[in-house]
Design a protein around this ligand. Structure first.
Ligand code: ATP
Ligand code: MG
Length: 410
């Protein structure tokens, strides 16, 4: 049974906390969950630390309650717009000796010693493979013997202000940070197959106010960025187009969950409140869906343009995979994405992932899988025994070893 991992996904709509582990059968075992609306972010950027911290605290408390545990530390996500992933290699001469933990630490330190712009800081170094005397794809080199020891790693750097705001929000919520996870690694780990990541895949995560766009090829993340448009813009367009409040627009969007007028079975009229004239009026469902269709098409076009501009070419046999609550609930998005990208499209199905009932939890669940599979990490969570009179705490998992450079940022 793997160690317990706590993951916190800070999003513009919600903060999601999950407590779980990957079990011996490589399945996700979620023991606690909490979700709380969040108003502290704008366009994926934390603009109000107190409000973000309050949402983090609340979602943790909900998760603690469902798991009957106290959370001490957690992994937290960071969006594509704030991070850069740089691939780097490094090598060490080991003169036919056995590779020690110290050699591994040295080579990781060496590979992460890259020039970082002043406004950025190192967040993480993720070894993708070790190579010993030309033999590649080695995951655990300790104890092996060789002459030339190489590492191929992803170096993660983040905008200092964004990283510090995440750290401050977590600290103010009273939780320690085990690590910061680039969201694409998390959603990629849970939402994509090995084949997709190998052949070439565009992963679109349409959230509330941002859409993360990442591209995987040959098992590596080769592109990662964000556009400042998401599901809330659909709501906004409905509100402006029909002259109704945002609250009513959001309600209608969730009622019909359609993005293609051609999918409407029988068009009907619905009654809405015109905010300019302060009176009820009838609008057709097709009018609503037309607005949704135009915005969803635009979101996908913006993503495609960004990839074209960056010169990212997805192979003809590649595909598009979509996730995020901004589009997951809406029928017809697949057809629109297919039209824009001219590639096969599928949506990550929350129901098919063990322990994940809603699309909102996919990123947090992905973080648990990623931390367990790639980082081999764990969080600090203590079980609360409700035996009276005293509440006894039992340590169930503890992992505090962070790579030194991550400690340096506190
Ligand atoms: N049933 C539904 N039908 C249509 N849209 C929905 C539905 N439920 C939620 N949404 C939309 O999903 C969006 C929120 O998505 P999600 O929870 O993935 O965002 P987030 O992760 O909090 O934000 P971000 O990733 O942008 O920082 C909102 O725009 C909301 O309107
Ligand atoms: Mg999100």
């Amino acid at each position: 049974m793997g160690d317990l991992i706590v993951s916190i996904d800070i999003g513009t709509s919600n903060v999601c906390t999950l407590i779980g582990r990957v079990n011996n059968y490589t399945q996700l075992d979620i023991v606690g969950r909490g979700i709380t609306p969040c108003n502290g972010l704008k366009k994926g950027v934390i603009v109000d630390i107190d409000s973000t911290a309050a949402s983090i605290r609340d979602s943790i408390e909900k998760a603690e309650l469902t798991a009957n545990m106290r959370v001490g530390s957690a992994y937290v996500n960071i969006h594509g717009m704030h991070v850069n992933v740089i691939n780097n290699t490094s090598q060490l001469n080991i003169d036919g000796n056995e590779i020690t933990r110290h050699d591994i630490e040295n080579i990781l330190h060496e590979v992460s010693s890259i020039e970082i712009p002043e406004d950025r800081q190192l967040i993480d170094v993720i070894p993708r493979q070790y190579i010993i005397d030309g033999y590649d794809e080695i995951i655990e080199p300790a104890g092996m013997v060789g002459t030339k020891f190489e590492v191929d790693a992803d170096i993660l750097t983040g905008k200092i202000t964004s990283v510090q705001n995440i750290i401050k929000s977590m600290e103010r919520a009273g939780v320690q940070i085990d690590g910061i996870v680039a969201e694409a690694f998390a959603t990629g780990e849970i939402g994509l197959t090995q084949d997709e990541r190998d052949i070439g895949v565009v992963l679109l995560d349409v959230g509330g106010s941002v859409t993360d766009v990442s591209v995987f090829h040959a098992k590596r993340l080769v592109f990662y960025d964000t556009i400042p448009v998401g599901g809330d813009h659909i709501t906004n367009d409905i509100a402006i187009g029909l002259r109704i409040t945002n609250v009513e627009a959001e309600k209608i969007k969730r009622q019909f969950e359609l993005a293609l007028t051609s999918l409407i079975k029988n068009d009907q009229e619905i009654s809405v409140m015109d905010i300019n004239e302060n009176k009820k009026k009838d609008v057709k469902v097709s009018e609503v869906v037309e607005i949704i269709e135009a915005r969803v098409y635009e979101i996908f076009s913006l993503c495609k343009n960004m990839l074209d501009k960056a010169g990212v070419v997805v192979p003809d046999n590649g595909s598009v995979v979509m996730t995020g609550a901004g589009i997951s609930y809406v029928d017809g998005c697949k057809q629109l994405a297919n039209e824009v990208f001219e590639l096969p499209v599928r949506t990550v199905q929350a129901g098919q992932i063990q322990g994940v009932s809603k699309p909102e939890y996919i990123a947090a669940a992905g973080m648990i899988k990623y931390v367990s599979n790639v980082k081999k990490g764990a969080s600090h969570a203590t079980e609360i025994k409700l035996k009276k009179p005293a509440t006894k705490k039992k340590e169930v998992a503890f992992f505090s070893k962070l790579v030194q450079f991550f400690k340096d940022i506190f």
